[in-house]
Design a protein around this ligand. Structure first.
Ligand code: 5GP
Length: 189
């Protein structure tokens, strides 16, 4: 059996990558979500082991020490996020493709690790006004966090050209179909 390849969706927060990733998972039965570990608290409705592994800082640091992460980053607010090595290897050995939803630095690190076995897709909001209104309408964060995310997002937008593919998420259905086509051809290549 061929080892599964990896697909990385990345974007500044608010570009719509998580919605896109969830729909892709529903459409590709051979695609498995890489559940990351994080030290941030769960948001309403998030489930441990499904959305994230919610770890204490001590547990997270233990994984770093034991080389349990393929990559990990400290995000804008001091929370840590990381991709666990164990799950990814297990699913790839069994022929599954793995979908990652990670921030921009993590996406670059994953590309460095997996090389041609990895497709990176950068999702771009049509402009920063749209990005801001999406972040606000989520209603999960306060003003300070939103402006920190926006600042970071503007910096991340300058990195788009460093990824294999860029999709502009203006109309969701169009963006989704583009992502689906890119992934289908990567899977069969
Ligand atoms: P959120 O707190 O909104 O769930 O995630 C914040 C950011 O961390 C998002 O851009 C998300 O894609 C990213 N992220 C989630 N898991 C990982 C991971 O394992 N590694 C890295 N580098 N970023 C991650």
């Amino acid at each position: 059996m061929n080892k599964g390849k990896v697909i990385v969706i990345t974007a500044p927060s608010g570009a719509g990558k998580t919605t896109l990733a969830k729909k892709l998972l529903a459409d590709f039965p051979n695609l498995i979500f890489s559940v990351s570990a994080t030290t941030r608290p769960p948001r309403k409705g998030e489930v441990h082991g499904k959305d994230y592994y919610f770890l204490s800082v001590e547990e997270f640091q233990k994984n770093i020490k034991e080389d349990g992460f393929i990559e990990w980053e400290t995000f804008y607010n001091g929370s840590m996020y990381g991709t666990l090595r164990k799950d990814v290897e297990y699913h790839r050995e069994n022929g599954y493709f793995i979908l990652f939803d990670v921030e921009v630095k993590g996406a670059k690190n994953l590309k460095n690790v997996f090389g041609s076995e990895c497709l990176t897709i950068f999702i771009k909001p049509p402009n920063t006004e749209v990005l801001e209104s999406r972040l606000r309408s989520r209603g999960t964060e306060n003003d300070k966090t939103i402006s920190l995310r926006l600042e970071r997002a503007k910096m991340e937008l300058t990195k788009a050209s460093e990824f294999d593919q860029v999709i502009v998420n203006d109309d969701f259905d169009i963006a989704y179909n583009q992502a689906k086509d890119l992934i289908s051809s990567f899977m069969s290549s």
